[in-house]
Design a protein around this ligand. Structure first.
Ligand code: PEP
Ligand code: MN
Length: 674
């Protein structure tokens, strides 16, 4: 079991992790994943570099680490348990050093806060903040640093062979840290759990928080903690973090039901068994006793937990087609759906005869947006494809949406599976597919999700990559839209281009068939994708397109496909580094940044107007004038000053705030006259 901790072996996170998972884990021993920051720790669990994590949340002397709740929230992680560890701090240095030799002490700010009394007695010791207590001990040993001390426990002293200059230097000997066991999945089901952590967002109206607390009281729920946490992006709005315990699980269930009706939002971080307190655990002098089954320790990436997607380039595993228009492009063609054996076989023969591509695509399970259409021939078609492969020598690619689909593709010797646009958007399905391809020799292509969400697309690639698949290709197939557009799925070029900018080493091909939905536009989109530096095309081709069972309007015969490919301009050198060179690419990316910023701007504007309305109501209830000259003058001065520092011209700021002010006055006047 791989457990992410903040800090390194020998830290209190290490002690807590071994203790907790030693008792609650799956018994396979513990391997630590050392993370520099809590953020890295959460990323490691989220992206499955670790199975679970141990994360400090509060200390009896230094207080809570509120930002860790936000990290749990943003990484969608859950609390599955807790452990209290007694923190005993000692002053460690190279053996032979005395306290007079020590000029600086380096430690985690939390540790420093817990030992302030001790250092007040030694004013000659300079206090410096570091990332991790045990890491300082390790550094002192590794670099034989004289004059430097660390604050850490016995475990670090033993592990890094340090001398102990002073024992128990914490301000108060009742020094406990509460650690949370963190996991990707909650353990909501077990009825013997007696503690929950959740956050509530209640409306501003007076009394709502009190009402929520009364619900808890009526249901015999004991609050062990209540704390308000600012909501990022909603100034002066708070979510209330609550830890609670109970005797009877049904009381908890009732309370949650009632709270659910009252609160604007409720997020349950986890339901778990309350941890045992007051353990003199770290008083054990021998680290060896604490760690029962030690396993190697890995180092997490400190770049925010991003997965390095390793690629086995398609040129290494796709045979060259005899008449390929260019060796530098990956070409895939085939019918939208495998309909009948003759349709499939004849289409494949014609495509093979063109000699322009080495890969045949065919839909076997068809995800239709609406129910009641043709849903694919399934396993029957896989048997046909196996024959096609034997006869034509083409590699075969099939869309998969479940682990079972992958199993069947493997049985029938398929070479490539692709994750379709309707599936990429669902991390559960993507993970299921990733688990199924793990350990196989399959190549995996990932289409962009229907929604224009770059992170989901990259996340899907990461999941497949974490399953050990290196034969990876991204497919750009355009994005769903509500508007009536000329193209079926508008390409939104800036999204694939941002993908390219972030992950230039991942080959990306374009799917003009699903972007256009119409054959007369195929060449235009295909050419643009090549101009933008994409690495190839996947095009739907059918021997009788007009009578195709799916996507009839966008398919072309193999003959027309050949002519179209001949008519395109291939730019072999431009795409070698995977980055487009054309100027308009840059413009597309910049424009997309403007779009994003404008949306954020509008959201902020809406939040501002909400506050304006609240102020309006307040003024009305308290008989205040809508226009408050002094306040307005003061506000404008401050905005001009901040604006100036941000390099925004005075006239611009003044015009803009005048306009905002007019709108605010109008809004408040209408409230006033009610
Ligand atoms: C397909 O390739 O036939 C298909 C269903 O595509 P998409 O997932 O892009 O809609
Ligand atoms: Mn199709």
């Amino acid at each position: 079991m791989k457990i992410a901790i903040q800090g390194i072996a020998g830290s209190f996170h290490d002690i807590a992790a071994r203790r907790y998972y030693g008792m609650h884990g799956d018994g396979t021993g513990i391997e630590l994943l050392e993370c520099d920051t809590f953020h890295d720790l959460c990323q490691a669990v989220q992206n499955q570099s670790a199975d679970a994590a141990m994360m400090a949340i509060e200390n009896t002397i230094a207080g809570s680490i509120l930002s860790n709740y936000a990290l749990l929230d943003t990484h969608q992680l859950f609390i599955t348990g807790e452990a209290y560890v007694q923190i005993q701090h000692h002053l460690l240095a190279l053996s032979g050093q005395t306290i007079q030799d020590i000029k600086t002490v380096q430690a985690h700010p939390m540790a420093l806060l817990q030992c302030t009394d001790f250092f007040r007695k030694y004013p000659h010791i300079h206090v410096e903040e570091a990332n991790d207590t045990a890491a300082v001990a390790k550094k002192i040993r590794d670099e034989s640093l004289k004059g430097v001390a660390a604050i850490a426990g016995y475990a670090a002293a033993e592990l890094y062979g340090m001398g102990i200059l002073a024992e128990r230097i914490e301000n108060n000997t009742k020094n406990y840290t509460r650690f949370l066991a963190i996991s990707r999945t909650p353990n909501f089901t077990s009825k013997d759990h007696n503690k929950a952590s959740l956050s509530l967002r209640v409306s501003h109206t007076s009394g709502t928080l009190a009402e929520a607390l009364i619900v808890l009281k009526h249901n015999h729920i004991n609050l062990t903690k209540i704390q308000s946490i600012p909501i990022v992006g909603l100034p002066y709005e708070y979510s209330i973090h609550i830890d609670m315990t109970w005797e009877d699980y049904t009381d908890y269930e009732h309370a949650i039901q009632e709270l659910g009706k009252q609160a604007l939002e409720i997020r349950i971080f986890g339901v778990y068994k309350e941890g045992e307190k007051n353990l003199e655990l770290t008083a054990q002098k021998s680290y060896a006793k604490v760690i029962e089954k030690t396993q190697p320790t890995a180092k997490a990436k400190s770049d925010g937990g991003k997965v390095d997607i390793e690629i086995d380039h398609w040129k290494n595993w796709v045979p060259k087609a005899p008449n390929a228009p260019s060796e530098d492009y990956l070409l895939i063609a085939g019918p939208c759906s495998a309909e009948t054996e003759p349709q499939l076989l004849q289409t494949a023969r014609d495509i093979a005869a063109l000699g322009k591509t080495s890969i045949l695509r065919a839909g076997v399970w068809k995800p239709r947006t609406r129910a009641g259409g043709f849903e694919g021939m399934g396993t029957t078609a896989l048997a046909w494809l196996k024959r096609v492969k034997e006869e034509t020598g083409l590699m075969i690619g099939v869309e998969v949406a479940t682990g079972q689909h992958v199993e069947e593709c493997l049985q029938y010797g398929m070479d490539i599976v692709w994750i379709g646009a309707r599936t990429t958007g669902n991390p559960f399905s993507v993970q299921e597919i990733a688990d199924a391809v793990r350990g196989t020799n399959l190549a995996v292509m990932v289409k962009n999700p229907i929604s224009p969400d770059l992170e989901l697309w990259i996340g899907a690639m990461e999941r497949v990559s974490l399953a050990g698949i290196k034969k990876l290709v991204a497919i750009h197939r355009g994005f769903g839209t509500q508007e009536k557009t000329e193209l079926r799925n508008p390409p939104a070029w800036s999204i694939p281009m941002q993908f390219r900018a972030r992950l230039p080493h991942i080959p990306m091909i374009n799917d003009p068939s699903h972007i256009t939905g119409r054959r007369d536009k195929l060449a235009e989109i295909a050419q643009k994708s090549l101009d933008l530096g994409m690495n190839g095309l996947i095009i739907e081709s059918h021997l009788d397109p007009d009578n195709a069972w799916t996507d009839a309007k966008q398919q072309i015969t193999p003959k027309v496909l050949g002519e179209m490919l001949d008519g395109l301009t291939w730019r072999p050198e431009s795409n070698d580094d995977g980055l487009a060179t054309e100027e308009y690419t840059k413009l597309e990316i910049l424009r997309s940044s403007i779009d994003r910023l404008d949306n954020e701007f509008l959201e902020l504007l809406a939040s501002r107007m909400n506050v304006v309305r609240e102020i309006g109501e307040y003024k009305q209830q308290n008989g205040l004038e809508v226009l408050q000259e002094a306040r307005w003058k003061d506000l404008m001065e401050k905005r001009l000053s901040v604006g100036g520092k941000l390099n925004l011209g005075d006239t611009f700021i003044k015009d803009m705030f005048d306009r905002l002010h007019t709108e605010s006055l109008e809004t408040q006047s209408s409230i006033h006259s009610k």
